[in-house]
Ligand binder design. Structure first.
Ligand code: HEC
Length: 457
């Protein structure tokens, strides 16, 4: 990787015209070639699966907009796709079909590998293959912009600055959120945006958190409590979801929405990276698609977790030095789901339909699984994340939603690795293992499956 980066900058120093010449000479020019070529084989895959992020000025370190750029990075591309490190899609797509699946097929991986191995030939632009049509979701419109109250310059003392900004929900009547999309302001620092919904009853508490630190917002990590502050507040909050640069807008299931009452506070948690060339203030916003007419069904955001972990963190102990540590939560879904709608509570008691899952652990997480255990004991794996990656959390939507009848159970399983080796790899301090439990701090852990649930049709 280092070789590739340095040779890339060497080529850049030659200027773009000579770089193009150099690359085309090195790669045998544009004549007919036997093996896979950029134009006829690699380009459609890179354009569909990579260029959203790997573009000039994009979030990823190398752009793949042109044949030359792709060819220069070919070896690294082949490595990243064979390793399934890229594109960032951590779910095992063979478990159950997922919507907007970004995983590369084995055939795509083979094509990119062969192309790179054979010298990353460009081929003839006239032979350019038809683009791959990849369904990626997105929003048709944004109705409400929730903007940070003031520009905030991330704290350079932290490589990762996690900061929460409470923002009053502006609508004055009951409304429904049917989708959201991040709108980064100063792109280089924005790593992700998480939105939490806080009911009106807890609005004052959350606004009070702002006073815990100077400047707009306050430091926070796993959820919305202020980091390094002890609060006994129990806030009934749920995560709306997470958005990261390179992602499309995220839409809730068709004809559903999350009910939001006037007086609700939305907390935007920004994950800023300060390892950038120039640090500058950011005033990002989250764009919301909002419905004013009640949708066919309300959608509920259900944090699937064992509340004993929260009440008594030692019940989710991850002992120092141990790997393969498992904590799981299994219970009946229908009836146990306390729905939250802008402060109003209720229970889904006739049945529940799970549309999507957003698994959430912190840094020393290793893998995650979600399983349906039917009333008759039959088990069906719904979602598996074989290699947990804290940086690439996302909501995974099922192509076919999963229906739960009364009596069916749901089991979430989280595995951790608290060895010095894994802690070092994840940048967790101290590297020397210490016992970890449930908590909202950077080096605490969580095990939550945030479910998007509706009543049955
Ligand atoms: C959603 C955005 C996104 C998409 C889509 C994406 N990448 Fe990346 N890629 C990144 C980011 C950001 C990094 C920087 C390292 C990181 O944060 O993981 C990266 C890093 C890389 C690296 C460097 C590896 C390293 O360890 O530094 C390679 C190679 C790569 N991507 C290839 C690809 C290829 C090939 C595709 C498509 C098949 C792809 N990426 C799709 C965002 C993306």
């Amino acid at each position: 990787m280092i070789t590739s980066r340095s040779s890339r900058s060497a080529i850049l120093r030659l200027g773009s015209a000579s770089a193009a010449l150099l690359t085309s000479l090195a790669l045998g020019g544009c004549g007919p070639v036997d093996g896979p070529t950029y134009y006829s084989d690699a380009k459609p895959i890179l354009d569909a699966y990579c260029v959203d992020c790997h573009t000039e000025g994009g979030v990823a370190p190398f752009p793949y907009d042109t044949a030359e750029q792709a060819a220069e990075s070919a070896a690294l591309i082949a490595w990243a796709v064979a390793d399934r490190a890229m594109p960032p899609w951590d779910a095992d797509s063979s478990v159950r079909p997922l919507r907007y699946d970004l995983a590369l097929s084995d055939a795509h991986i083979a094509t990119l590998t062969e192309w790179a191995d054979a010298g990353a030939a460009m081929g003839d632009p006239a032979d350019e293959a038809t683009p791959i049509a990849l369904e990626k979701g997105g929003l048709d419109r944004v109705d409400v912009d929730l903007t940070l109250p003031a520009p905030y310059t991330p704290d350079p003392a932290r490589a990762d600055d996690y900061r929460c900004f409470p923002i009053d929900w502006p609508e004055t009547e009951t409304s429904w959120i049917s989708g959201f999309v991040g709108q980064p302001d100063y792109d280089p620092v924005v790593h992700h945006i998480v939105a939490f919904v806080v009911p009106p009853s807890a609005a004052d508490l959350v606004h009070g958190y702002d006073d815990y630190s100077d400047g707009p917002g306050y430091p926070c990590f796993g959820a919305i409590s202020p980091t390094d502050q002890i609060t006994d507040d129990v806030i009934n909050t749920s995560m709306l979801g997470q958005w990261a640069p390179g992602m499309e807008g995220i839409a809730l299931p068709d004809n559903t929405g999350v009910r939001i009452e006037p007086g609700t506070v939305m907390v935007l948690q920004m994950h800023y990276t300060t390892v950038v060339e120039t640090l500058a203030p950011d005033q990002s916003s989250l764009g919301m698609r909002v419905e004013h007419d009640a949708p066919e069904r309300d959608a509920y955001l259900v944090p699937w977790m064992n509340y004993a972990w929260y009440a008594n963190p030692d019940t989710m102990a991850i002992p120092a030095g141990e790997s393969g540590v498992l904590h799981s939560h299994q219970a009946e879904l229908v009836g146990s789901v306390q729905t939250q709608a802008g402060g109003a509570g209720g229970t889904l008691d006739q049945g529940a339909v799970v549309h999507s899952v957003f698994p959430h652990m912190h840094k020393i997480g290793r893998s995650f699984a979600l399983t349906k255990v039917s009333a008759d004991g039959a088990e069906e794996l719904l979602l598996s994340i074989p290699s947990w990656d804290f940086d690439w959390q996302r909501d995974y939507a099922f192509a076919e939603p999963v229906v739960f009848e009364p009596g069916d159970q749901l089991r979430s399983e989280c595995w951790w690795d608290n060895t010095a080796e894994w802690r070092a790899e994840q940048g967790v301090t101290p590297v020397e293992p210490i016992g970890v439990t449930w908590g909202e701090g950077t080096y605490d852990e969580m095990c939550v499956a945030l479910l998007t649930v509706t009543p049955p049709e």
